[in-house]
Design a protein around this ligand. Structure first.
Ligand code: 16G
Length: 254
């Protein structure tokens, strides 16, 4: 524990204009744990001491620590203190299950929410025309959303669907797939293309990440059982939270 106080002095974690202090402290401790600067079983200085070193109030420390406890990276042991937990696997997102964001978060005991950034009916752009098999004169229903789980921003998603599949984009509250399911038009197959990209500008701010942070970009085209493409969604997913797992099987057909 001897070297740990240096990790918490303000110059190590605080930057003006980069968000509330508790959030910056939270991100800093989280990154230090991820980088191995605070190995498992390291004991954090007590709250009062940490507040003094970090030059913040105890409330700020408490909020940051509470979030880290919730994330499962810190553990509070009664009467003993706060310790770094042994690493837990990241959220594994199976690539073979066709899950919606809402279902995926529910499986992990988290409550998802959507902030609508923009929605409406538009003429399709070339990417949408190709993915959805639309003519330039058709209309496309678009919903752009910031997705969060337990109030933490997780992903940005730009979804486009043919207008007969989603006639009213205003109907999307939290889950797009719930609406499709209710209409009997939920996709049963999807193809995804995954790329690593660096965030800039507004996208970084919306996801609460610094400029240049690496995220996963996933383009999903989803199909009805008939083979008709009905959803094209481009999403940016926080790579510090998501781990996409693909299961591979040996093809045993002769
Ligand atoms: C997932 C899908 C996205 C879909 C959304 C629907 C990936 C990479 N993408 O985020 O294509 O539109 O779920 O979720 O998994 P919802 O029903 O909660 O709106």
């Amino acid at each position: 524990m001897d070297d740990t106080p240096d990790l918490f002095t303000p110059d190590a974690w605080y930057r003006l204009g980069r968000g509330p202090r508790y959030e910056q402290l939270y991100r800093h401790i989280s990154a230090a744990i991820g980088a191995g600067d605070l190995p498992p079983e390291t004991q954090l200085p007590p709250e009062r001491e940490l507040a003094e070193i970090a030059e913040v109030s105890r409330v700020t420390v408490r909020k940051a620590v509470a979030q880290l406890v919730e994330d499962g990276v810190l553990e509070q042991r009664r009467g003993a203190g706060t310790f770094v937990r042994a690493p837990r696997p990241k959220m594994e997102h199976s690539l073979s299950a066709l899950l919606s964001f809402t279902e995926y978060m529910r499986q992990r005991g988290k409550t998802s929410a959507s902030r609508i950034l923009r929605r409406g009916l538009f003429l399709p752009n070339p990417d949408e025309q190709i993915a959805l098999g639309l003519a330039g004169t058709d209309r496309v229903s678009r919903v752009d959303r910031l997705r969060s789980a337990d109030d933490m921003p997780m992903a940005l998603e730009w979804s486009s669907l043919p207008v007969d599949i989603l006639p009213d984009p205003e109907a999307v509250q939290t889950s797009l797939y719930d609406i499709l399911r209710a209409a009997g038009t939920a996709p049963t197959r999807a193809v995804q293309r995954i790329t690593a990209v660096n965030l800039i500008g507004a996208d970084a701010r919306l996801l609460n990440l610094p400029d240049g942070a690496a995220v996963l970009r996933i383009d999903r085209t989803a199909y009805l059982p008939t083979g008709r493409p009905i959803e094209f969604t481009r999403g940016l997913y926080r790579s510090d939270i998501y781990d996409f797992i693909a299961e591979l099987r040996l093809d045993q057909t002769p």
